[in-house]
Ligand binder design. Structure first.
Ligand SMILES: [Zn+2]
Length: 112
């Protein structure tokens, strides 16, 4: 069973208390964008075998949205963090790199 710690209220909640919200850190595209870019935003999602960043809502708790990083293959949770950020925190990226040295981050990192 997937257990995540809500970064807002600090509760460890299993997946029955949470609501999945899909891939995290999607860049919203408007209808004025190019067709291929808008189509990609609407329909295409990453579905990696390994490290993945997802949105979750603490539906039966504080009700807030947050992001989680986990391994889709092993279900290992690397951490959770507030949803109001453009990319995962540096300490979380470092923790993932420690556990998965071959992982290639999809995020541009300052100072990396
Ligand atoms: Zn919560």
């Amino acid at each position: 069973m997937l257990i995540l710690t809500c970064p807002y209220c600090g509760l460890r909640a299993d997946e029955t208390e949470l609501h999945p919200g899909g891939e995290a850190h999607l860049k919203r595209q408007g209808p004025a964008s190019e067709d291929a870019v808008f189509e990609d935003y609407l329909f295409n999602r990453r579905n990696p075998r390994g490290v993945h960043f997802e949105r979750w809502r603490h539906a039966y708790g504080c009700g807030k949205w947050f992001n989680a990083a986990r391994d889709t293959l092993t279900m290992e949770v690397f951490g959770t963090y507030p949803a109001q950020v453009q990319s995962p925190p540096a300490d979380l990226i470092a923790r993932i790199r420690e556990r998965r040295p071959d992982w290639i981050s999809p995020f541009a990192e300052a100072g990396a």
